[in-house]
Design a protein around this ligand. Structure first.
Ligand SMILES: C[S@@+](CC[C@H](N)C(=O)[O-])C[C@H]1O[C@@H](n2cnc3c(N)ncnc32)[C@H](O)[C@@H]1O
Length: 248
């Protein structure tokens, strides 16, 4: 049996730890090479997106190489590891609306950003989609940890947790956006055990896309069972990776 005092103490300590981490992860707005904003985290010396172009990177890696690889399916289950500003989510929402897919967007983010900060990012003025600001706000403000129907074709669940802690169902996802901070800043995010976990959670034929093309990451993805392609990257980046769970 749990002692209620210890349980309460445990919850308080966990909340305190998260508040300290959120403080450490404090981010500043930065203008990238294509004019779109990103965030910079001084404590990690890391940007949320490519400094050469946040919008260009998201469009190229996650939408063109990721979403459009599976866009012919009527129903698409997506996992995003590292929800951050929600830019990948907004772009997916917009593309799926055009293509009329039904999307289940499952996002993991242990350090959710405040709307006060995200609302200052200039994505709505760069994206020519009516009401993009309204949708961005809805995406950000929706409750965490349970499925919400943003529209009849777009459902989202944002879990405030790390990939390491998340329970992922077997053969569930069609597409994974692996958008963690780089291996130098967060080496634990790029470990084989995370890739094995994602491999297990992908359907046969499902894919993972990431902006990171490091040799060790590619080899670990292969060790996890993926067939890995090196593809041309967005401006300023030679290559990115797309990994497929092959149909037997
Ligand atoms: C490169 S940024 C994400 C960019 C984001 N997709 C966007 O478009 O803004 C990496 C994100 O991963 C989150 N993160 C950090 N540790 C994580 C973990 N263990 N599991 C999942 N996400 C994590 C960070 O808080 C951050 O939001």
């Amino acid at each position: 049996m749990f002692n209620p005092v210890f349980l309460r103490l445990y919850i308080l300590l966990t909340q305190l730890k998260n508040q300290i981490l959120v403080h450490i992860m404090k981010a500043n707005i930065h203008i990238t090479g294509d004019g779109s904003h990103t965030l910079f985290v001084p404590a990690l010396n890391e940007f949320y997106h490519s400094a050469k172009g946040a919008f260009s990177e998201s469009m190229h890696v996650f939408i063109n190489l990721g979403f459009y690889s599976v866009a012919n399916s009527a129903i698409i289950n997506i996992l995003e590891v590292g929800f951050g500003t929600g830019l990948n989510c907004l772009l997916t929402f917009i593309e799926a609306r055009e293509k009329k897919n039904k999307i289940f967007y499952d996002a993991l983010e242990p350090f959710p950003l405040q709307w006060d900060l995200v609302s200052k990012l200039n994505y709505s003025s760069i994206i020519s989609f009516r009401d993009s600001e309204k949708w961005m706000e809805k995406i950000h403000r929706c409750d965490t940890c349970r499925w919400i129907n943003l529209t009849d074709r777009f459902s989202i669940r944002k879990r405030v947790m790390k990939i390491e802690e998340a329970e992922l169902q077997a053969e569930n996802y069609d597409l994974v956006y692996y958008d963690a901070f780089g291996p130098n800043a967060q080496p634990e995010m790029w470990k084989l055990y995370n890739f094995k976990k994602i491999f297990y959670s992908l359907k046969r034929g499902g894919i993972l896309v990431t902006y990171c093309a490091k040799g060790q990451v590619r080899r670990d993805l292969q060790s996890a069972g993926f067939f890995v392609e090196r593809l041309p990257g967005p401006p300023g980046k030679r290559e990115v990776l797309r990994a497929k769970k092959k149909v037997k």
